[in-house]
Design a protein around this ligand. Structure first.
Ligand SMILES: Cc1cc2nc3c(=O)[nH]c(=O)nc-3n(C[C@H](O)[C@H](O)[C@H](O)COP(=O)(O)O)c2cc1C
Length: 410
């Protein structure tokens, strides 16, 4: 028989740990998000459908994106045990400067449409975290305003090259003058990918009010209030624009650009050059021979060629071919710190995150980007500790294998 007694006050006191309630709904929302997927759900609730789909969506059947995410999910980690992991160092020298974490913010266009704090939220959060921020040619805040908002941030500028050299030169000069140290030249966009969600949603820049958008706006008043009561959108590289996203992209991309234009840009730019959108070993070799400083294995987050190679799968052969000659960076499909650690173990020197930070932005502006970075940082650190490594250099291919997926029964 169990002896029972009445609970006493001093027994109960240590068990009662009521926390002070968090009054700000934004703080509550962000604190409740433990993963990037949680931030994505919060983002979806708060953002009008056309803007959310522009961010979340990819090209055609969205196969490139889902395969890239699946490739990370199919990773198996192999931990080493009995290592001292009381301190882990997540920093690394990337293109000549130390960065606090093995990821930076990828260039994303139209960022203020997703949430009005846009590029300023991204660059100031990157500054606070000690990681690089990349401003897109299609950014919605000017080069100079981004630079002024975060003078201590490490800033990279993403260029869509035009065959019209004066036009490219104008941007490159402005970025150099504003203190951007690396030019990220994106090369996987001879034309725009088929973003079917945007076409179906009738997505335009700036957003137009049709009966459908008004209906969709009713449960998301904060987004519209923010859009209508803050600075009108300014593009990094265009004075003004109104039209469909497709029309805008068509003026931005130039199908005649070749390796010669890249060589010309390299001569004009005083800093480092990274080429983003590399998808074969042969192009990686050719770019390394051309003397660029970094290549980014990327299929543009699945937004360009659908069924393109999965960057994580391409990584080992590219690292074998050019890893000693050029820094190999990687993006597409990263949704967790575990994904980042797996990429580094397979030889990526650095990674970039696109949607992962944008979900945070849509969920809560600057604080949401901070939360996204914090989630990724926590996951990177914990995964390193669980793998028994104290520095990024200790990560090696043996820590990660890609599991073969089970085929469905016949
Ligand atoms: C909404 C959105 C806009 C983007 N805009 C650009 C851009 O203007 N220039 C560019 O080079 N890449 C752009 N990208 C691609 C990203 O730089 C990056 O390659 C991609 O997001 C990586 O995949 P992830 O979203 O799965 O991390 C964009 C991606 C997204 C999601």
């Amino acid at each position: 028989m169990t002896d029972r007694r009445l609970p006493r006050r001093h027994d109960l006191a240590p068990l009662l740990k009521f926390k002070r309630p968090v009054l700000s709904p934004r703080e509550r929302r962000l604190a409740a998000a433990l993963t990037i997927e949680d931030l994505r759900r919060a983002a979806r609730r708060r953002t009008p459908r056309a803007a959310f789909d522009y961010t979340d969506g990819a090209a055609d059947g969205e196969v490139s994106l889902s395969r890239a995410r699946q490739a990370f999910a199919d990773v198996e980690f192999h931990p080493s045990v009995l290592r001292d992991v009381s301190n882990v160092d997540t920093s690394r020298i990337v293109l000549g400067e130390r960065t606090a974490l093995p990821f930076g913010i990828a260039p994303t266009g139209f960022t203020r449409l997703m949430q009005t704090e846009g590029e300023i939220a991204g660059v100031t959060a990157a500054e606070a975290a000690g990681i690089p921020y990349t401003l897109s040619t299609m950014g919605t805040t000017s080069i100079e305003d981004v630079a002024a908002a975060a003078p201590a941030a490490r800033k990279w500028f993403q260029l869509y090259m035009w065959n019209d050299r004066d036009r490219s030169m104008g941007l490159v000069e402005r970025a150099a003058k504003a203190g951007f140290d690396t030019l990220v030249v994106t090369v996987d966009v001879p034309v725009a990918g088929a973003r079917l969600r945007d076409t179906r949603n009738g997505f335009t820049i700036p957003p137009t009010l049709t009966p459908r958008t008004v209906l969709n706006a009713i449960p998301r008043p904060a987004w519209w209030f923010n859009l209508l009561t803050t600075e009108p959108l300014a593009f990094a590289s265009l004075d003004s624009w109104s039209g469909t996203v497709g029309d805008l992209l068509d003026t931005m991309f130039d199908p005649t650009v070749t390796y010669d234009d890249l060589a010309w840009i390299r001569e004009q730019w005083p800093g480092k050059v990274s080429v983003k959108g590399v998808q074969t070993v042969a192009d990686a070799r050719r770019l390394a021979d051309a003397g660029v400083d970094a290549i980014v294995l990327s299929n543009h987050g699945g937004r360009q060629l659908d069924r393109a190679p999965v960057p994580f799968h391409l990584l080992p052969s590219v690292v074998r071919e050019v890893g000693d000659d050029v820094e190999v960076h990687l993006d597409t499909g990263i949704m967790s710190g575990q994904d980042i650690v797996a990429a580094v173990a397979h030889g990526a020197h650095f990674t970039l995150v696109g949607r992962a930070y944008l979900y945070g932005l849509m969920a809560g502006g600057r604080a949401g980007v901070d939360r996204a970075i914090e989630i990724l940082r926590g996951q990177v650190e914990r995964t390193m500790r669980l793998l028994g490594v104290a520095t990024l250099d200790e990560l090696e291919p043996g820590h990660v294998t890609a599991m073969r997926r089970l085929a469905p029964p016949d």
